[in-house]
Design a protein around this ligand. Structure first.
Ligand code: CU
Length: 432
C-alpha cells in the first residue's frame, strides 16, 4: 500500500476513534501509587518494582481487567506481596550481578511455576530449576510446580544486563495467555542510565518506556473462569494489548484510578532532540507475550535496535551492529531494546513556514489534538465549537501494530495495540 493511502486510512481511523480518545486523554489526573512503592510513580514511563536486596514476594492471583469496549476479562496474573492483583505482573528492576530472589505464593486453583527465559542457574527451593515429567516420560511442567496454597522460592544471579521477562512454566499455553507474565529489567554495571555496558547505550532516564505486547482470547478466559476446559485448537485472540491495556486506555497515566488492576500506560512523552539541551535518546523496552510476531511501529521517527533478548547487537569484534528500523517486529517471548529520539528536522515555524498554502480550517479534517497550526509550540484559534485537547502546541504521533486487524478489539476498530508519542515544544514552554 502506498504511504499516502496508508496515512489517509489511518487518518480516517483516527477520526473515527477520536471520540473514544476524548474521554480518556490524560490531563494531569491524580496518581495513586500502590503502598509498596517508595514514592509516587511517574505518570508516564517505566515503573520499576525495586528492592535493595533484589528480593521480591509475588502472588499468583485471579483478578479482572477491563477492555476499552467495556468488556471485563477474568485473568490470572501476579501481585506484589500477598494481594494487589495487577496485570501484567510488576516490572522487576535489578542490578547486574545481584542475586535475585522471588518468593511465589500460589493463590490459583491449579499448580503453577515460574520460568525466567534468558537466565541461567535458576534455583527452585534450593535445587536447580528443571523440567518435570510424569511416570511415562511426558513433560508436565518446564519447572518444579507449587500446589495451590503453597509457596516456592526462586533465585538466580542476574548475570547480564538487558530486558527479559518472567512467566509461568506450567501449562504455559493456558497460563501465560491467562496473564501470568511480567518484565524483568537488569541494569548494567556501567549505570542505570545505560541499556548495556556500552557508553553508546546511554539514554535519558526520564524517557524509559515499557512496551509489552500481548493478546487475549476472551472465550478461553471465560472457560477458565467457569472451570471448564478449553480446546486450544479453537484459540483466537480478540484483544491486543500494550502493557495490559487497550487503546485509548494505553494513553492514560500509570496507576490511573479508573484502571485499578492495569497500572501501566504506554504514552511516550518527550522533547525534541537537541545536541545541547536534550542530547540523550529515549529507550523503549519491547517484550512479546502473545502468540505471533507483531509488526509494531511508532510514526515520526526511526528506532535504533540496540539489543535483542538481552544481548547487545554487536559483531564479533564488539562493534555495534545496530539496525535503524521503522517497523519493529516483536515475536513471542522476544525482547527488543530500541533507542530513539524525535527530531524537528525542518524546524518549521511561523517564520520558517511549510512551503505550501495551508488550507483554511473549514477545509481541514483535524483530530482532537490539533492545536491550530502545524508548528510545534504554536496554537491558534480553532473554529467555534471545536473541542481540542491540545495544551501548548504539542504534537501527537500514533504508534501502533501494523497488522491492522490487531488494532481492533473483538471487531471494534482502534481499541487494540495503539498508543501515542507526545512531543512537547522545547523548554521553556507553556505546557502544563
Ligand atoms: Cu502506521
Amino acid at each position: 500500500m502506498r504511504l499516502t493511502n496508508h496515512l489517509n486510512q489511518l487518518r480516517r481511523v483516527l477520526v473515527l476513534g477520536i471520540a473514544l480518545v476524548m474521554m480518556f486523554i490524560p490531563m494531569g489526573g491524580a496518581l495513586t501509587a500502590p503502598d509498596d512503592h517508595a514514592g509516587p510513580a511517574p505518570s508516564v514511563g517505566l515503573v520499576c518494582e525495586t528492592d535493595p536486596n533484589a528480593t521480591f514476594t509475588l502472588s499468583a492471583l485471579p483478578g479482572y481487567i477491563s477492555m476499552a469496549d467495556g468488556n471485563t476479562i477474568f485473568m490470572w496474573s501476579y501481585g506484589v506481596g500477598r494481594d494487589d492483583f495487577q496485570f501484567p505482573g510488576p516490572v522487576l528492576c535489578v542490578n547486574e550481578g545481584q542475586t535475585v530472589t522471588i518468593v511465589l505464593h500460589n493463590d490459583l486453583p491449579v499448580p503453577t511455576s515460574m520460568v525466567f527465559p534468558g537466565q541461567v542457574g535458576v534455583m527452585a527451593n534450593g535445587v536447580p530449576s528443571a523440567a518435570q515429567f510424569d511416570g511415562s516420560g511426558k513433560l508436565t511442567s518446564l519447572a518444579q510446580t507449587v500446589a495451590p496454597g503453597g509457596s516456592i522460592t526462586y533465585s538466580f544471579v542476574a548475570s547480564r544486563p538487558g530486558t527479559f521477562l518472567y512467566q509461568s512454566g506450567t501449562n504455559p499455553g493456558i497460563q501465560v495467555q491467562m496473564g501470568l507474565h511480567g518484565a524483568l529489567v537488569v541494569r548494567p554495571a556501567l549505570g542505570a542510565n545505560f541499556a548495556y555496558n556500552d557508553p553508546e547505550t546511554e539514554f535519558d532516564p526520564e524517557d524509559e518506556y515499557l512496551m509489552m505486547l500481548g493478546e487475549i482470547d476472551p472465550l478461553l478466559h471465560q472457560a477458565i473462569e467457569r472451570g471448564e476446559t478449553f480446546d486450544m485448537r479453537n484459540y483466537k485472540a480478540r484483544y491486543f494489548l500494550i502493557n495490559g491495556r487497550t487503546f485509548p486506555d494505553t494513553l492514560a497515566p500509570n496507576y490511573a484510578s479508573w484502571l485499578p488492576t492495569q497500572p501501566y500506560g504506554s504514552l511516550a512523552h518527550i522533547y525534541p532532540y537537541d545536541p545541547v539541551t536534550n542530547p540523550l535518546p529515549a529507550l523503549s523496552r519491547y517484550i512479546g507475550v502473545g502468540t505471533e510476531i507483531y509488526p509494531f511501529h511508532p510514526h515520526a521517527f526511526n528506532s535504533d535496535i540496540i539489543g535483542r533478548d538481552g544481548f547487545p547487537v554487536k559483531g564479533p569484534g564488539g562493534e555495534n551492529l545496530w539496525e535503524e528500523k521503522f517497523s519493529i517486529p516483536i515475536g513471542p517471548v522476544q525482547t527488543t531494546d530500541a533507542l530513539w529520539s524525535w527530531r524537528d528536522t525542518e524546524n518549521w515555524s511561523d517564520t520558517n513556514p511549510v512551503p505550501i498554502d495551508i488550507p483554511s480550517d473549514q477545509n481541514l479534517t483535524f483530530g482532537l489534538f490539533w492545536g491550530g497550526t502545524p508548528y510545534l509550540g504554536n496554537t491558534d484559534t480553532l473554529p467555534t465549537g471545536t473541542t481540542t485537547f491540545n495544551q501548548c502546541g504539542e504534537f501527537y504521533h500514533i504508534a501502533h501494530n501494523h497488522a491492522l486487524q490487531q488494532i481492533t478489539g473483538w471487531g471494534v476498530v482502534l481499541i487494540g495495540q495503539v498508543t501515542f508519542t507526545r512531543i512537547d515544544p522545547p523548554l521553556p514552554n507553556n505546557c502544563p
